[in-house]
Design a protein around this ligand. Structure first.
Ligand code: SF4
Length: 158
């Protein structure tokens, strides 16, 4: 069976046989560990459009509220993935220009075009499982979340 890890079967399971994996205890343990600096990548996109039913969606920016709530819970830092999203776009642009140059100048067979990309792990998994012949067309850049993780581990651990 092809599964993209979307989680909808857990969300809709009528019998409760499928349940979400829960890491809340591990997070609290990390928050109360004075030797740890616990961060949240703030992937809020600044709007409340993803939260609650349609009657709750106002389109208002809620980034400040989210950051305040997370800080009150005890997280040491709430950082913004907007920077790593920009990095992803820059890296993807560089990769595209590199492929274009290698293709047009040297007829490099490994410089596959067109190049496509997605920050959605589900989209990537679906492509890998359903259309593996198009894997070479996908950018090799990490998603903004993965780039954020690398940067945070590298910069905050110094
Ligand atoms: S694709 Fe989504 S709904 Fe289907 S099995 Fe996978 S997680 Fe469940």
């Amino acid at each position: 069976m092809i599964c993209t890890n979307c989680g909808q079967c857990i969300d809709r399971c009528p019998t409760g046989a499928l349940v979400e994996k829960n890491y809340i205890e591990e997070v609290w343990t990390a928050i109360f560990d004075p030797t740890k600096h616990v961060i949240v990548p703030d992937c809020s996109c600044g709007k409340d459009r993803h939260r609650g039913g349609p009657e709750h969606r106002t389109g208002q920016a809620v980034t400040g509220k989210l950051v305040s709530a997370l800080r009150k819970l005890g997280f040491d830092s709430v950082l913004d993935t907007a920077f790593s999203a920009d990095l992803t776009i820059i890296e993807e642009g560089n990769e595209f220009l590199d492929r274009l140059r290698r293709k047009s100048l040297f007829e490099d067979p490994e410089a596959v075009l067109p190049m496509t990309t997605s920050c959605s792990p589900g989209w990537i998994k679906y492509l890998e499982q359903t259309f593996p012949e198009f894997i070479p067309n996908v950018s090799t850049c990490k998603s903004p979340q993965q780039m954020f993780g690398v940067l945070a581990k590298d910069l905050l651990c110094r």
